[in-house]
Design a binder for this molecule. Structure first.
Ligand code: PEP
Ligand code: MG
Length: 601
């Protein structure tokens, strides 16, 4: 036990879903479940009860719309789209008509009918095997609970937060609550329930507020007004920390905000090595709301737009027009840099009931991604047409994920050519020269990279999947996380062969998996000759700073040497040694951040 912890100190570990640290008083949000009674409604009063429900339903929709508008008005960066998703659920006939039917057929009060309907719907959701859909089940419950609160006159979006900064502690938070409180003095979120894919987590991340989820017994352990430390990086909350721990975290928090200022100086400096080799740094993007951070991120455009989030947050499928609007917003925002739009990569760990097969034994190797798109050409062509039409508004690249062989890439290109022909006939504008690339995520594609390079305009290495398939490690399985090693000799060899194949054919090679943002791998990636690295915006300025201190020639020599080692450990130690001796200055800030973290953790 850490000697710095006093007797009432409690450390609870969960999953960090949004980086950063904060020290503040705890505000426990005990959203007590409203107790409702079952009432039988006399037959002649049933229409009145239905009207009562409809009115409460309208009030709930109005209040959600107001929250959404307040968010848009207060700042352009809040993900108002999530409130839209809740509004859509609220408007869903399955819910509205289902409740009315229950009121009428069972002659029961509206509150009871809502709870009954939601219990039915939740049972359906809870039987689904994937986490993302189960989360959506909770959204339905939260939305319906709004109507119950309207019916009993207990609405409470405006939580009284007091004066000072607070860390909000709750069993779970609705996206609306998260977004609303973010406008106030909330410096952290900690919840018992939730996952990195839950919408509240996405909101926190996009608002850059530290957040930790999956904290067992949190609301029981945390007392109202207790002082707490939240560490979004390590995924923990410390309740009643000792003065020493508070001091450490306070200085870390200050240090991190100073660090942000220091790093800002690198925003407009070129991303190049000490000896002048340019490596383009671009951003990975999941939702358009993140674009608000783009101007300060130092990114030269977007290197990976994960379009599946448009589908995941849409009731039904997004139309061509809706997608055009989305892509155009992106393309215009990144101008004069380009945007690389990745076509739908759904399946694996991202599910949507009306799109993906839900009973696969091994979804990571199932009908996912490009396979699913080629299986459903009309779905795919809607997206291709939308990307093409949006390309008329600025520099756009399109890239296909999970390509495992020549056939898939050629089929995808053929559908793209068909879409171009259609648009030609319709007289619609698009960029005829838009570049078409593919992601190298499957070892078979890496092996035939020299052949693929002849038919592609660029490669983008998706290391998250490439490592998963090369080392046979399920990226979602925490039991084998320890085996997930980007500096494994097999991974280095496979990356080298892809980069060499690309360069041999004269096409650029990008990396857009998490390895691209791993500072310890950076000298290796420089030495291997990657042309572009695409990463989450939050990591970019630190990476740029380090890159500017690394000598490209020395990095190449280092990589040559690394190929002599058989053990990943030897490779990692060798790179570390180089970092500490040769590039200590480039890494100084990062090492300092790391040391503060170990001292406090
Ligand atoms: C990857 O696999 O590295 C990648 C960037 O794609 P995703 O993480 O979306 O699967
Ligand atoms: Mg991938």
């Amino acid at each position: 036990m850490d000697s710095r912890l006093n007797h009432s100190t409690k450390v609870i570990r969960g999953a960090g879903v949004s980086d950063g640290v904060a020290v503040a008083k705890v505000l426990v949000l005990e959203r007590e479940r409203i107790v409702i009674r079952h009432r039988i409604i006399p037959r002649e009063k049933v229409p009145e009860e239905v009207a009562r429900f409809r009115e409460a339903h309208q009030r709930a929709a109005r209040s959600l719309t107001e929250i959404k508008e307040a968010m848009i008005g207060a700042s352009s960066r809040e993900p108002a789209f999530i409130i839209d998703a809740h509004l859509m659920m609220l408007e869903d006939d399955l819910l509205i008509e289902g409740v009315i039917e229950l009121i009428e057929s069972e002659m029961i009060n509206a509150e009871w009918a809502i709870r009954k309907k939601v219990t039915e719907l939740m049972a359906v959701f809870s039987r689904l095997s994937d986490e993302y859909l189960r989360e959506r089940g909770k959204d339905v419950e939260q939305v319906a609970e709004r109507v119950v609160r309207e019916l009993v006159g207990k609405t409470e979006d405006n939580v009284n937060l007091g004066d000072g900064p607070v860390i909000v502690v709750a069993r779970e938070l609705t996206p609306a609550e998260t977004a609303h409180m973010a406008l106030e003095n909330v410096v952290g979120f900690a919840t018992e329930i939730g996952s990195p894919t839950s919408h509240a987590a996405i909101v926190a991340k996009s608002l850059r507020i530290p957040a930790v989820v999956g904290l067992k017994n949190l609301t029981r352990e945390a007392g109202q007004g207790d002082v707490a430390v939240i560490d979004g990086h390590s995924g923990l909350i410390i309740l009643n920390p000792s003065p020493e721990t508070i001091d450490e975290y306070e200085s870390r928090r200050k240090w991190l905000s100073e660090l942000r200022l220091v790093l800002k100086r690198y925003k407009d400096l070129p991303a190049e090595t000490e000896d002048g080799r340019r490596i383009k740094l671009a951003a990975n993007l999941e939702i358009l709301e993140e674009l608000a951070f783009l101007p300060d991120s130092g990114a030269e455009g977007v290197g990976l737009y994960r379009t599946e989030f448009i589908y995941l947050d849409h009731k039904g499928l997004p139309s061509e027009e809706e997608q055009i609007e989305n892509y155009e917003r992106l393309i215009k925002a990144v101008h004069p840099h380009g945007a690389t739009i990745r076509t739908l990569d759904i399946g694996g760990d991202k599910f949507k009931s009306d799109l993906t097969v839900t009973n696969e034994q091994n979804p990571a190797m199932g009908l996912r991604s490009i396979r699913l798109c080629l299986n459903r050409p009309s779905l795919f062509k809607t997206q291709l047409r939308a990307i093409l039409r949006a390309s008329a508004s600025g520099k756009t690249r399109v890239m296909f994920p999970m390509i495992s062989g020549h056939e898939e890439f050629l089929q995808a290109r053929e559908l793209l050519a068909e879409s171009m022909d259609e648009l030609d006939k319709e007289g619609r504008a698009f960029d005829r020269d838009l570049e078409v690339g593919l992601m190298i995520e499957v070892p078979s594609a890496a092996i035939i990279a020299p052949q693929l390079a002849k038919v592609a305009d660029f490669f983008s290495i998706g290391t998250n999947d490439l490592i998963q398939y090369t080392l046979a490690i399920d990226r979602m399985n925490e039991h084998v996380t320890y085996l997930y090693e980007p500096l494994h000799p097999a991974v280095l060899r496979i990356i080298k062969s892809v980069v060499d194949a690309g360069h041999e054919a004269g096409i650029p090679v990008t990396m857009c998996g998490a390895m691209a943002a791993d500072s310890a791998s950076l000298p290796v990636l420089v030495g291997l000759g990657l042309d572009e690295l695409s990463m989450p915006m939050g990591s970019m300025l630190m990476l740029k700073k380090i890159l500017r201190g690394i000598n490209g020639r020395e990095a190449r020599t280092l990589v040559e040497e690394l190929f002599q080692y058989n053990l990943a450990r030897e490779i990692r130690n060798r790179v570390k040694r180089e970092i500490r001796t040769r590039w200590a200055e480039a890494y100084a800030l990062e090492l300092e951040a790391f040391e503060i973290e170990t001292a406090a953790g």
